[in-house]
Design a protein around this ligand. Structure first.
Ligand SMILES: [Zn+2]
Length: 325
């Protein structure tokens, strides 16, 4: 082959690659979709005592990450490490304001950067626990890949994560793990895939409080089936409902909610699955159709998250439709 043909071939391959990438990009990020706004810059966590020794750390910026901690007899357990070292340190300071006890455990509720990037600032003596699929994901994807993946939630730049050093959980669980804190026990549950493959629930039975990470967002939200099928998500929520009955939900994102949000999620997922089935029967052009749909008013939505939730809804219906065999 002469040089000119090789050159043209290169241009051709390059053009095809661009077209494929653009198409993938369009598929994963339609223009109605708003990525969750998770930039922690200027974020302050408010310490709220939910029950004796049980503290929620609630963010003051809509939809950015919440965390929390539980004070045991001899040590403290922290829930989620937040988005970067600065936020991880804010959690450590919040604990110190309440108790001098050491942070023995840190639990990561899923594998996304906004839940694990703060891991590295916790003391060496802190044991980090996560679901086995969370650890799997962290090991399979480079830090750079994971930074890029989550960068859509902070305006596309990875500058915010520059100083982050990887620190992986070293203790894993499959379905359930119980931790004895002396004055109370803590349960870690995996009810199945939902928003992500490894959504973990941390439950404090004596206080009937659950931290739900990304599986259940806060008051006035609907689920977002980001990476798993809607039918799996529904099964997971039914399993959740069967196993534990928290009175209070501290979501990974959004406002504190009552436990009845579990029923709302089940009803909503069931609704979307039925809707997508009937749309499939009508053979609608789904990409066009979802642009026009809204969340039914019975699923009340928190005003500050309206645009975000409408995007989640369109995403859910579109994907439920595509997931029909
Ligand atoms: Zn999150």
């Amino acid at each position: 082959m002469n040089n000119k043909i090789i050159f043209n071939l290169k241009i051709f391959i390059f053009t095809i690659a661009i077209l494929i990438c653009n198409n993938l990009y369009a598929n994963s990020r339609p223009d109605w979709f708003i990525p969750p706004p998770l930039d922690p810059t200027g974020l302050e966590l408010e310490t709220v005592e939910i029950d004796e020794g049980v503290f929620a750390l609630l963010s003051n910026k809509p939809f950015t990450d919440n965390s929390g901690f539980v004070v045991g007899e001899d040590f403290v357990l922290v829930i989620d490490a937040h988005f970067n070292g600065e936020m991880g340190n804010q959690i450590i300071s919040a604990v110190k304001k309440v108790t001098d006890l050491p942070i023995k455990y840190l639990v990561n509720l899923n594998a996304f950067g906004d839940h694990v990037f703060g891991n590295y600032v916790f003391p060496k003596s802190t044991t980090i626990i996560a679901h086995e699929k969370t650890i799997d994901f962290l090991k399979r994807n480079s830090l750079q890949t994971r930074k890029e993946l989550i960068s859509v939630t902070v305006g596309g730049s990875i500058e915010l994560f520059e100083e982050i050093v990887d620190r992986f959980p070293t203790v894993s669980f499959q379905k359930k793990m119980t931790l004895d804190l002396g004055n109370k026990t803590i349960e870690l549950h995996y009810f199945g895939p939902g928003m992500s493959p490894s959504d973990t629930i941390l439950y404090v039975p004596v206080s009937e409080v659950a931290w739900t990470g990304n599986l259940v967002f806060g008051r006035g939200s609907i689920p977002w089936a980001r990476s798993e099928t809607l039918s799996d998500y529904l099964e997971t929520m039914k399993n959740f409902d069967l196993k534990i009955n928290p009175k209070t939900i501290i979501p990974g994102h959004g406002k504190i909610s009552k436990g009845d949000i579990i029923d709302k999620y089940i009803s909503y997922l069931d609704y979307v699955l039925k809707l997508s089935n009937s749309l499939k029967k009508e053979e609608v052009r789904i990409e066009e159709h979802v642009k026009k749909i809204n969340i039914p008013s019975k699923y009340s939505i928190e005003e500050e998250n309206k645009g975000l939730m409408e995007g989640f809804h369109k995403w859910n219906v579109l994907n439920a439709y595509k997931q029909i065999e």
